[in-house]
Design a protein around this ligand. Structure first.
Ligand code: NAD
Length: 481
C-alpha cells in the first residue's frame, strides 16, 4: 500500500474544522522511513477553551435526547469507521508504525460504538420506602462536559472506550489525542461530522499534553476526565483536578505484567502466546507480558522455544507491507527510551537474543529481545519499557512465584498457564491485577469485561457498560414525600 503523505489535519470544534488560533502546527514523521507524513494543527489554550465552551453549549440539547434518539448517530459513525478501515490502518502504520496485519483497531472501535448505541437505557438508580413517609430514589444524571485524553498505542480503541459511554448517557465531550498519533482521531472527527452529530457534542483536538492536556485537566467546566496513558501523566492530571474543581478522574495507566508458566502448561501454546504478547505492536502495549516466570523443570525448553519464535516468526519491516508483523517503535523518543533500557538490561541480566537496534534499518526499529536471570530489583524488572523486551526468570515453587509476580507497583494484567484447575483458581485469586488470563494471554477483552488496574495501574474500570456508563453519571438522592 502507498504510504499516506502530505496530510494536513485541523481541530474539530463545534462541528467545524479550524486551524490553530496561533498558527502553530507540528509534524508527524513516519517512524519507518523518517519521511514527513502530516502537518497537524496544535490546539492553543484559546482553542482548548473554545472546545470546552462548545461542549458546554451543546450539553442541554444533547442531554435532553433519549438514548434512542442518540443511538442513530452512533450506528452511522460505526458504519463509516468500518468503511474507512483501510485508510485508518494506513494512517496508523505511517504515523506510529503499527503493521497493517496487526491492525484490528477500526473494527474494535466500530463495534464499541454499535454496542453503546444499544445500552443507553441500562442506567440504574434505586428506590426505597424504608424511611417512613418518604419515597427515596437515586437519579443518575450526566456530568456535562467530559474530557478524554488518550495515548498513541491503540488510539481508536481508547477513543471509543471513552467517548461512546460518555455520549450515550448524555454528556458532551472534548477529546485530546496523543501528539505522537493524532491522525486516526482526526479522521474520526471527519466521520463524526458526516454521521451528523450536532455541533459541539464531539470536539476532537490535537496538541501537546503540557498545553491542551493540562488545560483540560485544570478546566473548571470539565466535570469528569477519563485518561489513558502513563502513570507520570496520570499523577499530573489527578493533581490538576485536585487543584481546580475536583473533577471526577478515571485513570488507565501502565503495567509490568507477569506471565507464570507452570511445568504442566501446554508448552508450545504458552510460548507462542507469551511471545506474541510482548511482540505485538512492538511491545507498546500496556498489558504486554514483560516479565515471564517459568518453572525450573521446563525452563530450558521454554526459553529455547521462545528464542526460536523470535528468530522464525518475527517479520520485521515496513508496517505498510502486508507481510510485516513487527514495525518500528512509534517515534524517536520511544526508540531512545527502549535502547536505554536495553543497556540497563545487559548490565543486570543475561542477554539471550536481540538487545539492540538492527543495523540494516534506518527507522526506529528494535530487535525483539530476551533477558534471563535478571535480579528482581533491577530497573528493567520494575519499570515499563514499552518495547519488545521480555525478562524470563526461573522459579521453583508456587509460593515463591506468586510473591515475585506481585512484587511490582503495577497491577494491570497477569497470565497463568497450568492444567491444574485448583492451582489455576488459587493462583489467579492471589495475583494482584485488574485482569488475570488463565491459559491464554493478551486477547482483546470481550465487551462484557471491565478493564483497569490494581495498585498504581490506575483507578476505575472501562470497556464494559456497567462500569463505563457509571463513570459518566452523577448520582442524585431524590426525596419525595
Ligand atoms: P503519556 O502519559 O505520555 O501521554 C498520554 C496522553 O497524555 C497524551 O495525549 C499526552 O499528550 C497527554 N499528556 C501528557 N502530559 C500531559 C499533562 N501534563 N496533562 C494532561 N495530559 C498530558 O502516555 P503515552 O506515552 O502516550 O502512552 C503510553 C502509556 O500509556 C504507557 O504507560 C502505557 O502502559 C499506558 N497505557 C495504558 C493503557 C490502559 O488501558 N491501562 C492502555 C494503553 C496505554
Amino acid at each position: 500500500m502507498a504510504a499516506p503523505a502530505n496530510i494536513e489535519t485541523r481541530l474539530f470544534i463545534n462541528g467545524e474544522f479550524c486551524e490553530s488560533s496561533n498558527g502553530k502546527t507540528f509534524d508527524i514523521t513516519n517512524p519507518s522511513t523518517l519521511k514527513l507524513v502530516a502537518k497537524v494543527h496544535e490546539a492553543s489554550e484559546q482553542d482548548t477553551d473554545r472546545a470546552v465552551a462548545a461542549a458546554k453549549a451543546a450539553f442541554p440539547s444533547w442531554s435532553a435526547l433519549s438514548p434512542d434518539q442518540r443511538a442513530p448517530y452512533f450506528k452511522k459513525l460505526a458504519s463509516l469507521i468500518r468503511e474507512s478501515n483501510d485508510e485508518l490502518a494506513a494512517l496508523e502504520a505511517a504515523s506510529m508504525g503499527k503493521p497493517l496485519g496487526a491492525f484490528f483497531d477500526a473494527y474494535a472501535c466500530a463495534s464499541k460504538w454499535d454496542h453503546y448505541a444499544e445500552v443507553g437505557y441500562n442506567v440504574q438508580g434505586t428506590t426505597s420506602v424504608q424511611t417512613p413517609g418518604y419515597i427515596n430514589m437515586t437519579l443518575r444524571q450526566p456530568y456535562g462536559v467530559v474530557a478524554a485524553i488518550i495515548p498513541w498505542n491503540v488510539p481508536l480503541l481508547f477513543l471509543a472506550n471513552k467517548l461512546a459511554p460518555a455520549l450515550i448517557v448524555g454528556n458532551t465531550v472534548v477529546l485530546k489525542s496523543s501528539e505522537k498519533a493524532p491522525l486516526t482521531s482526526a479522521k474520526i472527527a471527519t466521520l463524526a461530522q458526516k454521521a451528523g452529530f450536532p455541533p459541539g457534542v464531539i470536539n476532537i483536538i490535537t496538541g501537546f499534553g503540557n498545553v491542551s492536556g493540562s488545560i483540560l485537566s485544570h478546566h473548571m467546566d470539565v466535570r469528569a476526565l477519563s485518561f489513558t496513558g502513563s502513570g507520570r501523566t496520570g499523577r499530573l492530571i489527578q493533581a490538576a483536578a485536585a487543584k481546580s474543581n475536583l473533577k471526577q478522574v478515571y485513570l488507565e495507566l501502565g503495567g509490568k505484567s507477569p506471565a507464570v508458566i507452570f511445568e504442566d502448561a501446554e508448552l508450545e501454546k504458552a510460548v507462542n502466546e507469551t511471545a506474541y504478547s510482548i511482540q505485538w505492536n512492538s511491545g507498546q502495549v500496556c498489558m504486554a507480558n514483560s516479565r515471564v516466570y517459568v518453572q525450573d523443570t521446563i525452563a530450558e525448553k521454554y526459553i529455547q522455544l521462545f528464542k526460536d519464535h523470535f528468530t522464525n516468526q518475527v517479520a520485521m519491516g515496513d508496517p505498510l507491507h502486508k507481510d510485516t508483523n513487527h514495525g518500528p517503535q512509534a517515534d524517536e523518543a520511544q526508540h531512545k527510551t527502549v535502547l536505554r533500557y536495553l543497556e540497563m538490561g545487559k548490565q543486570s541480566g543475561d542477554l539471550i537474543i536481540g538487545g539492540a537496534a538492527p543495523s540494516d534499518r534506518e527507522g526506529y526499529y528494535i530487535q525483539p529481545t530476551i533477558f534471563t536471570n535478571t535480579p528482581e530489583d533491577a530497573t528493567i524488572m520494575k519499570e515499563e519499557v514499552f518495547g519488545p523486551v521480555v525478562n524470563i526468570n526461573v522459579f521453583k515453587t508456587e509460593e515463591e512465584v506468586l510473591a515475585k509476580a506481585n512484587n511490582t507497583e503495577y497491577g494491570l494484567y497477569a497470565a497463568v498457564y497450568t492444567k491444574n484447575i485448583d492451582r489455576a483458581l488459587r493462583f489467579a485469586k492471589g495475583l494482584e491485577a485488574g485482569t488475570v488470563a488463565v491459559n491464554c494471554t493478551s486477547p482483546a477483552l470481550g465487551k462484557d469485561m471491565p478493564f483497569g488496574g490494581y495498585k498504581s495501574s490506575g483507578s476505575g474500570r472501562e470497556g464494559e457498560p456497567y462500569y463505563s456508563l457509571n463513570n459518566f453519571l452523577e448520582t442524585k438522592s431524590y426525596l419525595a414525600r
